[in-house]
Design a protein around this ligand. Structure first.
Ligand SMILES: [Zn+2]
Length: 590
C-alpha cells in the first residue's frame, strides 16, 4: 500500500518540522537550529537538534535522526503511512492512495479510535440533553462541573441501560469486535453485546494528541455499585503507564511554564483548569510510572505532585529521587490546607489552589516536615528518636550535600551537635548514579570538508560551483560529496532525501549530522580554504616531476596560491586552481 510520491512531498513541503516537534518537545532557537531535550533518550542538556531549512532532526546523544515523518512515527509509535496521514490532515492535504488502500493495522487503529470518538460524543450528548441524565447534571453542577466545563472536558453520561451505546454504535456500522477491543462493550452470557459502562458519569481520557482512548466512569451518589470509579482496561490504543489524563489540554501551558502538576483524579485536573492553572494531569488509576515521567519530561522539567505523596507508599521516595537524577526533573510536593483535595479547593478556594502550587516544596522537605510534625519532642528520648527517624528519611536522598544540609537542620531541632548528624548523612552508602556518557559527534564535525557538505545542504548554489571531488581528501566526506552531486541531478524530491536514499550507512550518518550542523560561515570562504588546502597537498605530493610543461604549471599554481586571499582576484584564481587540481589532483590521490 502507499501514497502517490508527490503527495508525500507535498505534505513534507507544507509541514514545518519545527512546529510539529514543538508539539512534543520544548525547543529553543540556537543559531540556525532549534535545540531541545531529546524525547528519545534521557538527557540533561539539549542534544536534540532540529533544522527547519533541511527539515531534519538529529540527536547527538542517542543518534536518533530523520525527517518529520520519522519523528512522528517514533514519537507516536505509528507506521510510515500513519505518519503521512497524520501530517496530511494537519495541513488539510487530501491523499491519493495507491493499490491496496490502508495497511491493516492502520485501518484497524482508525476504526478503534473512530468508535471511541463516537462513544465520547454520544455519552456527551446524553449528559447534556437526556432526561435520564438529570441527576448526573445536578451532581456535576453542584461541583462546578456543568456547562462550559462539561463541554470542554466532554463529560458524558452512560445511561442505566444494558446496551444503549452498543446498539447505537452497531447502527453506526461499528462491528462487535471493535467495540470489545476498545473496552466499550463485551459479549455477555446470552451472547449479546453489552455496554461496559452503566449509570456512570463519563470522563473521556485522551492521548496527549487529543485522540479519545479510554474512559473513567464515576458512579452517582446513592448507587449501590461498590466501585466508585471504573476505568477502561488497557487496549490496543490505551496504555495506562503511558497515558496522563488531561495532557492534551495541559500541553501548551505545561511547556510555557516548564511545569506539570500531577494529581490523583479527573476532577482534580478539571479543578486546576477552573482555577486558572491549566497545566494539571492525572494518572489513570495507577501510580506514577517511569513512562509517565519520561513523557512529562518531553514537555517540562518541573513536576509538582498535587496529591498526598506520603500515600504513594514505601519505595516512592527512592523512585522520585532516581527519576530526578535520571531525567533531570525537579519533583516537588504541593501542600493543601486541611487534607482537602484539589477538586474541593477549586470550588471553595481557587486562590489557595494556585498558592499551593506556587509554594510547593522539594520532596525531601515535604517528607521531613511530616516526620518532624508527627514526633513528640519533649524528652531527650523523644528527640533522639526523632533524629533517627529524620535521618532515615534524609538518607534516602542521593546527594550528600543535600543530606548534610537537612541533617544540620535536624541537629538544631533536636539539640545534637551538627557534626554528629552530618557524619551520619555522609556515611550513607551512595549508590552509583547510572548516567551513560553521551557519545560525542565524531571529530570531523568541524573540519572544512564536513562544513562544505553542510553548506551544500544549506545553500547549494552558493558553494557547489567551487567544489570538486578532489577537494575532499577524507573518505566519507568525499563519498558524501559524490552522493550529493549525483542527487542534485535528480529532478524530483529534495536534495537531502535523494542523497539519503542512495547513501551507505557511513555517508548517511554524516549527512544526518550535516543536515542539522549549526554553521554560519560565508560559503565561498569555505570553498577557498578547501581549494588552498587541496592545492598545497597536491603540490607537496608532486615530487620528481620532469615534464617541463607540468613543472611550469605547478609553479604557476604555487604562485596563484598566494593570490587566493586577494578579494579582487581570488575567485578567478580559484577557478584556475580548480582546473589544475582537476587534472593533477586525481593522479596523486591515494
Ligand atoms: Zn537522543
Amino acid at each position: 500500500m502507499g501514497f502517490v510520491e508527490e503527495d508525500i512531498e507535498r505534505v513534507r513541503a507544507a509541514t514545518s518540522i519545527v512546529e510539529v516537534i514543538q508539539g512534543y518537545v520544548a525547543l529553543r532557537k540556537a543559531g540556525r537550529n532549534w535545540v531541545g531535550l531529546c524525547p528519545f533518550h534521557a538527557e540533561k542538556s539539549g542534544s536534540f537538534n532540529v533544522r527547519e531549512e533541511t527539515s531534519r532532526y538529529k540527536c547527538f546523544g542517542c543518534q536518533a535522526a530523520g525527517d518529520v515523518f520519522t519523528f512522528v512515527q517514533e514519537i507516536e509509535h505509528i507506521d510510515f503511512p500513519a505518519s503521512v496521514e497524520k501530517l496530511a490532515a494537519r495541513s488539510n492535504i487530501t491523499l491519493t492512495y495507491t493499490t491496496g488502500g490502508e495497511g491493516q493495522d492502520r485501518s484497524r487503529r482508525k476504526q478503534l479510535l473512530g468508535a471511541m470518538e463516537s462513544a465520547v460524543e454520544w455519552y456527551h450528548q446524553r449528559l447534556l440533553k437526556s432526561p435520564d441524565a438529570r441527576s448526573a447534571r445536578e451532581y456535576l453542577r453542584d461541583r462546578g462541573l456543568a456547562g462550559d466545563v462539561a463541554r470542554q472536558f466532554r463529560l458524558g453520561y452512560a445511561p442505566d441501560e444494558w446496551d444503549a451505546l452498543s446498539s447505537y454504535l452497531t447502527e453506526q456500522g461499528f462491528k462487535a469486535d471493535v467495540l470489545s477491543d476498545v473496552g466499550l462493550a463485551f459479549t455477555n452470557k446470552s451472547n449479546r453485546l453489552q455496554d461496559s459502562f452503566r449509570a456512570r458519569i463519563m470522563f473521556p481520557i485522551f492521548s496527549d494528541n487529543g485522540d479519545a482512548v479510554a474512559f473513567g466512569g464515576r458512579i452517582l451518589p446513592g448507587s449501590t455499585d461498590p466501585a466508585k470509579y471504573k476505568n477502561s482496561a488497557e487496549t490496543k490504543i490505551y496504555f495506562k503507564s503511558k497515558t496522563l489524563y488531561g495532557m492534551n489540554w495541559a500541553k501548551s501551558d505545561v511547556v510555557k511554564d516548564d511545569q506539570v502538576i500531577v494529581c490523583e483524579g479527573y476532577t482534580d485536573v478539571i479543578g486546576f483548569h477552573r482555577s486558572g492553572v491549566p497545566r494539571a494531569v492525572a494518572t489513570c488509576g495507577t501510580s506514577l510510572t517511569e513512562e509517565h515521567v519520561r513523557m512529562m519530561k518531553r514537555f517540562a522539567t518541573k513536576v509538582v505532585l498535587a496529591f498526598d505523596a506520603d500515600k504513594a507508599g514505601q519505595g516512592a521516595a527512592e523512585k522520585f529521587y532516581a527519576w530526578e537524577e535520571k531525567y533531570q526533573v525537579r519533583v516537588s510536593v504541593a501542600r493543601f490546607p486541611d487534607g482537602k483535595d484539589p477538586g474541593d479547593l477549586a470550588s471553595s478556594d481557587p486562590q489557595a489552589l494556585a498558592l499551593a502550587i506556587k509554594d510547593a516544596v522539594p520532596f525531601l522537605r515535604f517528607r521531613l516536615d511530616r516526620v518532624i510534625a508527627a514526633q513528640p519532642q519533649r524528652t531527650p528520648e523523644d528527640r533522639a528518636r526523632l533524629a533517627s527517624l529524620a535521618m532515615q528519611v534524609i538518607n534516602e536522598h542521593p546527594d550528600v550535600n543535600v543530606r548534610k544540609l537537612y541533617a544540620g537542620e535536624v541537629a538544631t531541632i533536636v539539640g545534637l551537635p551538627v557534626a554528629d548528624l552530618a557524619r551520619l548523612a555522609e556515611r550513607r552508602s551512595t549508590q552509583p548514579v547510572i548516567s551513560p556518557p553521551i557519545p560525542r559527534a565524531s571529530g570531523d564535525s568541524d573540519s572544512a570538508e564536513f562544513i562544505a557538505i553542510a553548506l551544500l545542504l544549506q545553500t547549494w548554489d552558493a558553494i557547489a560551483p567551487w567544489l570538486i571531488e578532489d577537494l575532499f581528501y577524507s573518505e566519507i566526506p568525499r563519498r558524501a560529496f559524490l552522493n550529493l552531486a549525483h542527487a542534485a541531478e535528480v529532478e524530483q524530491g529534495s536534495l537531502l532525501n535523494n542523497a539519503l536514499a542512495s547513501a551507505d550507512p557511513e555517508v548517511r550518518e554524516l549527512l544526518e549530522r550535516a543536515a542539522v550542523a549549526d554553521i554560519d560561515i560565508d560559503p565561498p570562504s569555505v570553498a577557498l580554504s578547501l581549494i588552498a588546502v587541496g592545492v598545497r597537498r597536491t603540490l607537496s605530493q608532486r615530487t620528481g616531476i620532469v615534464d617541463p610543461v607540468e613543472i611550469l604549471e605547478d609553479r604557476a599554481a604555487r604562485l596563484e596560491l598566494e593570490k587566493l586571499d586577494d578579494p579582487k582576484t581570488g575567485f578567478v584564481t580559484a577557478e584556475s586552481l580548480l582546473r589544475w587540481l582537476g587534472i593533477r589532483g586525481t593522479t596523486t590521490r591515494g
